[in-house]
Design a protein around this ligand. Sequence first.
Ligand code: PLP
Length: 380
Amino acid sequence: MALRLSRSIVGKAEANAVNRVLLEDGYLGMGNEARLFEEELAAFLGVSAEQVIVVNSGTAALHLAVEAVAPAGGGEVLVPSLTFVASFQAIAAAGCTPVACDCLRQTGTLDTKDAEKRLSSRTFAVMPVDYASNPWQLDEIYDFAARKGLRVVEDAAHAFGCRSRGRKIGSFGDLVCFSFDGIKNITSGEGGCVVSFDSDAARRISDARLLSVEGDAQKRFAGGRSWDPDVRRQGWRYHMSNIMAALGRVQLGRLEPEFAPARRALAARYRENLAELAGLSFLRTSPDDFIVPHIQPVRILNGLKDSVRQFLAERDIPTGVHYKPNHLLTYFGGGAVSLPETEQLYGELMTLPLHPGLSGEDVDSVCEAVRDALAGESRR
Ligand SMILES: *Cc1c(COP(=O)(O)O)cnc(C)c1O
């Protein structure tokens, strides 16, 4: 079977859980399963259930988190350009302006020195991204935000199950957003959540996911609705269905026994196989962090990325590029600013297949092809 760059790993247990909602419960919207998913996520992270708000995508989580802390009339959010376009679109959706920042070439994560240069009187938040699940220098980013009086909306879409210096991502911070889309560390089909360490923001986000009908989420969790509601602000239809939550609950239970060790072992095997290879390098990580890698990017040096990707494609090995920097996209400035580290790294980044359905031998065969590709190219 052809190798896949990424894929969902779901089976009988997920199918049974979804079946239970469809055939036994018959309530497909946001109800008891969603409440249980919030409680189980909270227990996993070591926070209280009121702090966890499940929604129908990671993008929705980011949108609501930014909106909950944005000043009236909007403002600017510092965000690394090297991220999925969801980060930028979520900021824009909240009526705010994403300000693209450079990254550190060694890690692909936010360069706080560059971010500092882009502060303005309108800056109210920073959105760090745990690029490739790497919570690199998260404490420094929080220190920077505290020094400058900024809120922190973490785009932790890649980092569910990871730890920064021993603490789980989502167990500390300000507003932490996860994605449970089909290929992330765990999935609920589509979906995501906000973990809020600000109780006012948590309440606003919980309501905003249900059209800002005040207190409706709690009523639905108890099997009811608000029939005499008040609405005081903009809201969205972003709640998570019981179908998604049932799937997500099963996946959460599989993370630590199955998915995390599998992803970590495959990533370690890539490193062992390719560590000494000239013309390729890995992004830097800290031994103090615990990484459950969502993707496996490598840097292909000396301008050979495109030809290496082409060589691999001819051997039926899919590769990706995470990501085209957002400051180069038309809607976000079309390259009006230049971010040299990000642009250099973008020219090098190639993502190799990584998901728990791969075997060690699959990784070995990808590595062999990468070695052949680089050997062939350096002879040219
Ligand atoms: C996946 C992802 C998102 C968005 O999550 P969805 O659940 O797909 O909406 C946001 N940011 C990053 C970095 C992502 O990888």
